[in-house]
Write a protein that binds this ligand. Structure first.
Ligand code: IMP
Ligand code: MG
Length: 187
């Protein structure tokens, strides 16, 4: 099993195991290979959480593609969203006339993603679609369209496979529900 690592002691439970993640990433890639066949894709990774999902996903894509990275402010050390979006690192390349795929780790309130999708459309991308590893629809505060998602999850705070709490747990190979006692002091 996976519980040989000390970090797993901070989890309430493993929600999605590594094999399940790998299979879902392959299924999504197969779908994207069909839908974007004959086109060139610009894949945008939203740092830092999506980096793990991003590199696994694009290695399964059989398409000519370019990569770029964007970082926005999010939770900081808290498990609650501030609703405020600030660009910390912008793209290096223009999106004008590109077919853009935004790759995110998790869509929660949807505020961050709504901002990104809107910004890229305004910059003249030919198309902008959103692929997320996890979707928490119960928490949505807008009508953001999620084009592709690997897993719909309940309203619980999860870590692992890129997702962090206070910058920790990103290196867990599985996705787990963080034990509330870890962030209890903050409330
Ligand atoms: P949104 O703008 O509320 O959709 O926030 C999305 C961002 O919040 C994600 O990219 C994550 O960085 C963070 N986030 C939301 N829920 C979780 C969670 O359960 N675990 C870890 N990070 C989360
Ligand atoms: Mg993120």
């Amino acid at each position: 099993m996976v519980s040989d690592r000390a970090l797993y002691g901070d989890l309430e439970k493993v929600l999605i195991g590594r094999d399940e993640i790998r299979a879902a990433v392959k299924r999504l890639a197969a779908r994207l290979n069909e839908e974007y066949r004959g086109r060139e894709l610009m894949c945008i990774c939203i740092l830092k959480g999506a980096a793990f999902f991003f590199t696994d996903l694009i290695r399964e894509l059989d398409l000519p593609l370019t990569t770029d990275f964007m970082a926005l402010s999010s939770y900081g050390n808290s498990t609650k969203t501030s609703g405020e979006v600030r660009v910390q690192k912008d793209l290096d390349q223009p999106v004008l006339d590109k077919d853009v795929l935004v790759v995110e780790d998790i869509v929660d309130s949807g505020l961050t993603l709504a901002y990104i999708m809107d910004t890229l459309s305004k910059r003249g991308a030919r198309s902008v679609k959103l692929a997320t590893l996890l979707d928490k629809p119960d928490r949505r505060k807008n009508d953001l369209k999620v084009d592709y998602s690997c897993f719909v999850i309940p309203n619980e705070f999860v870590v692992g496979y890129g997702l962090d709490y206070a910058e920790k747990y990103r290196n867990l190979p599985d996705i787990g529900v963080l034990s509330p006692r870890i962030y209890a002091e903050e409330e």
